[in-house]
Design a protein around this ligand. Structure first.
Ligand code: CU
Ligand code: ZN
Length: 251
């Protein structure tokens, strides 16, 4: 009987209807509770115990709403920031003569509406290449199965031209074989459907032409050349942020 497609289909529809009714009831209950709690607390018409309880409940309803509208990750640290880290490794597909680039890119973003901040600590550039400029981008896939070549093109959720992609970080100047820089108010985000968690970061051998190269590649990737190093962006703790951001300067 269970293998009968009609029976399966009917029970699936009934199951969906039941879930729909439960979700709708929860939605209206939560909304009414939220309005009641907010009004009561704001107007001071409740005894303090009840007011406190309702404040906590309204915060929980806020969290549920934020999770639905903005998506996970919800606050992953007590200071209300969400942190991310990307541990750069040299591209294993490069020949031995290329520079072995390592380092970290750290992310911090206040949950749920803050702007993303990033620290770049990248090292291993040849010392005789000081003052050279290098491009760093967020690429589409967190797939390093074929070195940095399997990370795809630039992460481009809104189908726009380079350098308007959320992970187009621009050019970085190498000093003493290193890039140490902090960027704020970035367009990329750790939250919601466009979160960059699970995407990758690629450090290139050349500068980014910022879309001014007068060719198609310029509007896709900035003609930044060979992929020297890459990593996958994962969530992290405040400890890593504090550990790796002490020596970087503002930009
Ligand atoms: Cu790139
Ligand atoms: Zn781009």
């Amino acid at each position: 009987m269970d293998n009968d497609p009609k029976h399966t289909s009917k029970s699936t529809i009934e199951d969906l209807k039941r879930k729909h009714i439960i979700m709708t009831s929860m939605f209206y209950s939560a909304s009414i509770l939220y309005i009641y709690a907010f009004y009561s607390v704001e107007t001071g018409t409740l005894p303090s115990d009840e007011a406190q309880m309702l404040t906590v409940m309204s915060q929980q309803v806020d969290d549920i709403w934020n999770t639905i509208l903005i998506g996970i990750p919800i606050k992953n640290n007590p200071d209300n920031n969400t942190y991310g880290i990307c541990n750069l490794q040299p591209n294993p597909k490069l020949n031995a003569s290329e520079a072995k680039i390592t380092g970290q890119v750290l992310f911090r973003q206040p949950y749920p509406n803050g702007k993303l901040e990033a620290h770049f600590n990248v090292e291993g550039f040849p010392l005789n290449h000081s003052e050279s400029t290098r491009a760093v981008h967020i690429h589409n896939f967190g797939d390093l199965s074929n070195g940095c070549d399997s990370t795809g093109g630039h992460y481009n959720p809104f189908s726009v031209n380079h350098p308007q992609h959320p992970g187009d970080f621009g050019n970085f100047i190498v000093q003493d074989g290193k890039i140490q820089q902090r960027l704020t108010h970035l367009h990329a985000t750790l939250f919601g459907p466009y979160s960059v968690f699970g995407k990758s970061i690629v450090v290139h051998k050349m500068a980014d032409d910022l879309g001014k190269g007068d060719n198609q590649a310029s509007l896709e990737n900035g003609n930044a050349g060979t992929r020297l190093a890459c990593c996958v962006i994962g969530s992290s703790s405040k400890t890593s942020w504090d550990k790796f951001t002490t020596s970087t300067k503002d930009s």
